[in-house]
Write a new protein. Structure first.
Ligand SMILES: NC(=O)c1ccc[n+]([C@@H]2O[C@H](COP(=O)([O-])OP(=O)(O)OC[C@H]3O[C@@H](n4cnc5c(N)ncnc54)[C@H](OP(=O)(O)O)[C@@H]3O)[C@@H](O)[C@H]2O)c1
Length: 315
């Protein structure tokens, strides 16, 4: 199969590209930086330097690759520093999710591709009411914190564009929160180091429910979606959604850090803003029943409990 991946050098891309080339697929992979071309070639891909926000450049790159499947994995999250100014931190990612997706879908059509697979996110976008676990059939949050509104709108737009196309079979992969090599929850990563420094406290009762996913499971699930002719939205998460009050102390112990502090919500609001407090106290987790049934995918790490144990050695 011929596969075009926009944004192939990140946490996901570095895991995904070798899986695809080893399986015999012909992969064309993009980076915006010349310095990363060799890395893509060493994973067996044809490398292209192209910015997804440069419509002409990306369109000609997709057309030259003549792919069967186009995959959108471009995001601007690597330098994310704080949850407080959420929409500001996501500004580039939101453009990549809206303008970028529009450009890539149009290019896929012109190039004669039949399928499209895009990265989305699950966790905080779930409605923060009712049960602790949501499926793809449940509605997204109708009333998100104000500073997450633009980001949620960009997610909605991406998902609508990908799944409403009549001439492309579109799959949206709503990844849970990443951990493992190359993500912010690995040694040197933002989240990992905050837990190690004891600077990520449990806010309020820590009732926010998180759905985690190991980066290797992200890559395997994505390969599965690329290889099958499926459309729709799929949660890519592990089997054990868990409250912050449960996973955060466990994580601290697993990486040899002291237990997290507890702070009341009003202090949390000053430190991490409305969005951060919501993620610590209100968000809901996500079910993976649909992807298991439709794609036949199963996580290698069914629970973050096993996955977190290996984190101290991940790079
Ligand atoms: N789902 C989640 O858990 C979540 C949520 C928030 C944050 N994070 C963190 O954010 C990261 C997400 O991993 P990821 O693989 O999705 O992202 P990533 O590691 O940041 O990689 C992003 C990819 O997008 C490409 N890219 C960036 N700007 C581009 C542009 N204008 N045009 C085309 N491509 C562009 C990058 O390529 P070049 O740099 O080579 O151009 C790179 O290949 C992890 O560190 C994760 O921990 C994850």
């Amino acid at each position: 199969m011929r596969i075009f991946i926009a944004g192939a050098t990140g946490a996901v891309g570095k895991r995904l590209v070798p899986l695809l080339t080893k399986a015999g697929h012909s992969v064309t992979a993009t980076t915006t930086r010349r310095a990363k071309v060799e890395g893509l070639r060493s994973m067996g891909a044809d490398a292209v330097v192209a910015d997804l926000l440069d419509k002409d450049r990306i369109t000609s790159a997709v057309m030259a690759a003549r792919p069967d499947v186009v995959v959108h994995q471009a995001s601007g999250l690597a330098s994310m520093r704080s949850l407080k100014h959420f929409d500001d931190e996501f500004r580039t990612t939101n453009r990549l999710r809206t303008e970028g997706t529009e450009t890539l879908i149009a290019a896929a059509r012109l190039a004669g591709a039949s399928r499209f697979v895009a990265q989305s996110y699950t966790g905080w976008p779930n409605e923060r009411a009712g049960g602790r676990l949501k499926t793809e059939a449940d509605r997204l949050d109708p009333n998100p914190p104000k500073n997450m509104t633009k980001t949620l709108n960009a997610i909605r737009k991406l998902e609508e564009m990908v799944t409403s196309s009549s001439d492309l079979v579109g799959a949206v992969l709503r990844y849970g929160s990443f951990y493992g090599q190359g993500t912010s929850l690995a040694p040197g990563g933002e989240l990992f180091e905050a837990v190690r420094r004891r600077s990520l406290p449990i806010v309020g009762k820590g009732c926010g429910v998180w759905s985690w996913i190991h980066i290797d499971d992200v890559a395997h699930a994505t390969k599965c979606a690329i290889e099958q002719d499926v459309s729709g939205v799929f949660n890519i998460v592990d089997d054990e959604p868990a409250e912050v009050s449960i996973w955060l102390p466990y994580l601290a112990e697993a990486i040899g850090a002291k237990p997290p502090f507890h702070v009341p919500e009003w202090i949390g609001r000053i430190a991490v803003g409305e969005s951060g407090v919501s993620m610590m106290t209100k968000i809901r987790g996500s079910s993976n029943a649909k992807v298991k049934c439709v794609l036949g995918w199963k996580p290698i790490y069914p629970s973050w409990r096993e996955g977190f144990q290996g984190l101290a050695n991940a790079k």
